[in-house]
Ligand binder design. Structure first.
Ligand code: 5BU
Length: 260
């Protein structure tokens, strides 16, 4: 017998979000009826933009790995922003910052990618301690960005578990003006203002050959209590990515509604 986790509708949850990007994300989720994030791990910018234009109607959030693009230039970001406006989704750069505050501040604001300029959301490991949040916040809060903490990972043998995960939750609760939630495999806090996003979601596979471990969309939301599913290969490797994105969106949305 499935034990369902109780949730508030996103239209109510946004009232609990301290972070502005979290509020905006809740609004988009509610209006598009989509708690689906596409992980667009494509290395060619034109192909990536075509994919995003095709499935943009189905997603609330687009997750990028900007450093895997083989032909990155600033025009790509302009085109991506145009698509984000056209389809109304936010952009999440899955940068996984992991250094001391002083260094991550420079990585967030500068370098080739200037992530803070265009990514509404980014994420950080908690292994360095709260200084990583403070460093990123010095750059990000000025632009009202949101940060997700990596409290758990989807991969086999991940060390982000137990007391590490609990300490990450405590860190988030200490910085709710900038930290908007978690990357995790399940709900970690009852605080409705913090959003849980779960990667490693797919219907057709249980794992890949490099340690990725998949769960089903329904399992992620109904059993584990997450808020947003992150799907990559399950969508962009499908023969019809739009149809597949729509199926993931509908499944994740129905699952969430049934918890409300
Ligand atoms: P997939 O194709 O759906 O397996 O892609 C998953 C994406 O989520 C990929 O970009 C990973 O880098 C990302 N990811 C993950 O799979 N597991 C994690 O714990 C974290 C990120 Br954090």
């Amino acid at each position: 017998m499935l034990k369902k986790i109780k949730k508030l509708p996103y239209t109510d949850r946004l009232n609990y979000c301290v972070n502005k990007t979290a509020k905006r994300l809740c609004e988009i989720i509610a209006s598009k009826q989509s708690n689906l994030c596409l992980s667009a791990d494509i290395t060619d910018s034109e192909k990536l933009l075509n994919l995003v234009d095709r499935v943009g109607s189905e997603i609330c959030l687009l997750k990028t790995h900007i450093d895997i693009l083989s032909d990155f230039d600033a025009n790509f970001l302009i085109a991506l922003k145009v698509l984000a406006q056209k389809h109304t989704f936010l952009i999440f750069e899955d940068r996984k910052f992991a250094d001391i505050g002083h260094t991550v501040k420079q990585q967030y604001a500068g370098g080739l990618y200037k992530i803070v300029e265009w990514a509404d959301i980014s994420n950080a490991h908690t292994v360095p301690g709260p200084g990583i949040i403070q460093g990123l916040q010095e750059v990000g809060s000025f632009k009202q960005r949101g940060l997700l903490l990596l409290a758990e990972m989807s991969s086999v043998g991940s060390l982000a578990r137990g007391s590490y995960t609990q300490a990450s939750v405590k860190m988030a609760e200490d910085y709710t003006d900038f930290v908007m939630g978690f990357i995790a495999q399940r709900q970690l806090t009852q605080n409705p203002g913090l959003i849980h996003m779960t990667p490693g979601v797919q219907w057709h596979q249980v794992d890949d050959s490099l340690g990725q471990r998949y769960i089903l969309p329904e399992q992620a939301i109904l059993e584990n209590g997450t808020d947003i599913i992150i799907v990559g290969r399950g969508i962009y490797q499908a023969s019809d990515p739009l149809l597949e994105a729509r199926r993931y969106r509908e499944a994740a949305w129905e699952a969430y509604l049934s918890c409300c």
